[in-house]
Write a protein that binds this ligand. Structure first.
Ligand SMILES: [Fe+2]
Ligand SMILES: [Fe+2]
Length: 285
C-alpha cells in the first residue's frame, strides 16, 4: 500500500529538513566542564547511563527494523539511514563520554539480540497486508520512544540547570533534545497516514499486538524495567500514569478513539506503573 501523494511529499520535505538543519552532534563541539562531578553523578549518573545505552542501541534497532520491514518504503529507509541512525548514535556517544568523565563505567548496549516475537513478525511481514501491520507497530514504537526522549531530556536539562551544571546542559542535553522532536514528528506523520489506510482487521491486529508487546523505551526485561522506573524517579516525573498519558496521547487518539474518555491505553499505564513499582521495591530491599 502506498501513502497518499500529499503525505509522501510532506514526509520527504520533513526528512530533507531534518538532515539539513540537524547535522549529527560532533563530540568535539561539547563542553564537558562539570562543576560538581560527584553531585552530578549521584543525581543523574543512572539516567545518563540508561539514556546512553538506549541511544547506542540504535544499531540494534536498525537490525530489528530491517527484520520487521524487509521491504520498507524508500522514505522510511532514507529517514533511518540518513537522519535517524547518524543522529542517535552521536547522542549515545556524547552521553556515554559524559558518564565516563564522571568516573562511571561506560554503557553496555546490546547491539545484536533480536527477540523471537520480532522474528515471527518479520517472517509474516513478507505478506504485504501484514507488512502494513508491522509498519504501524514500528511507527507506534517510534512515537512512544521519541516522545519519551523529548520528555526525559526536558526534565534532565532542567535538572542540570538547577544543579548549576550549565555547560553540559547547554552543550550536551540542549543539542540532543533539539533533535528528538523531529524524529517524533516523522513517526507521528507516518502513523497518522498509515492508520487511515488500514482495513478493519489490520487495525484489530495492531491493537492486539500492541497490547501484548508494549514496553517502555529500552526496557525489554525486568531488570531494564526496574532501571527505567529509577530513571523516572530521578527525573521526578511524578505520577507514572500521567507520564504514560503524555507518551501515548497520539496512540490513544488513533487506536482507541472508539473508547471515549480513555485517559491512557491500559497496557501503557500498566507498563509504566510496573517500572515504578520495580524501582521502589529495589530501593526498599
Ligand atoms: Fe536520541
Ligand atoms: Fe530520537
Amino acid at each position: 500500500m502506498r501513502r497518499g501523494t500529499y503525505s509522501e511529499a510532506r514526509l520527504s520535505d520533513h526528512v530533507d529538513r531534518l538532515g539539513h538543519d540537524h547535522p549529527p552532534i560532533d563530540v568535539a563541539s561539547v563542553d564537558f566542564t562539570v562543576r560538581r562531578p560527584a553531585e552530578l553523578e549521584r543525581r543523574f549518573g543512572h539516567v545518563l547511563d540508561y539514556m546512553a545505552r538506549v541511544e547506542l542501541e540504535v544499531d540494534r534497532n536498525v537490525l530489528e527494523l530491517t527484520t520487521l520491514l524487509p521491504d520498507p518504503p524508500e522514505i522510511d529507509r532514507r529517514f533511518y539511514a540518513d537522519v535517524w541512525q547518524p543522529q542517535e548514535i552521536q547522542h549515545g556517544l556524547v552521553l556515554d563520554e559524559l558518564q565516563a568523565r564522571l568516573g562511571r563505567e561506560r554503557a553496555e548496549p546490546d547491539l545484536t539480540s533480536i527477540g523471537a516475537k520480532l522474528r515471527v513478525l518479520g517472517a509474516l511481514a513478507h505478506v504485504s497486508a501484514v507488512q502494513d501491520v508491522c509498519r504501524m507497530l514500528y511507527y507506534l514504537t517510534g512515537m512512544a520512544t521519541e516522545r519519551s526522549a523529548v520528555l526525559a531530556y526536558n526534565l534532565l536539562h532542567d535538572g542540570l540547570v538547577d544543579l548549576g551544571e550549565t555547560a553540559v546542559a547547554r552543550t550536551v542535553i540542549a543539542p540532543i533534545r533539539r533533535q528528538e522532536p523531529g524524529h517524533y514528528a516523522f513517526y507521528q506523520l507516518s502513523a497518522r497516514g498509515l492508520w487511515d489506510e488500514l482495513a478493519g482487521w489490520q487495525r484489530w491486529l495492531v491493537r492486539r499486538l500492541r497490547s501484548v508487546s508494549f514496553s517502555p523505551v529500552g526496557a525489554g526485561d525486568a531488570t531494564q524495567r526496574r532501571d527505567f522506573g529509577e530513571v523516572m524517579r530521578r527525573l521526578e516525573v511524578g505520577d507514572p500514569d500521567d507520564f504514560a498519558a503524555q507518551v501515548a496521547r497520539v496512540e490513544r487518539d488513533l487506536l482507541w478513539s472508539h473508547r471515549r474518555g480513555l485517559h491512557v491505553p491500559p497496557y501503557v499505564a500498566r507498563a509504566f506503573r510496573e517500572a515504578a513499582e520495580l524501582a521502589a521495591a529495589a530501593r526498599a530491599a
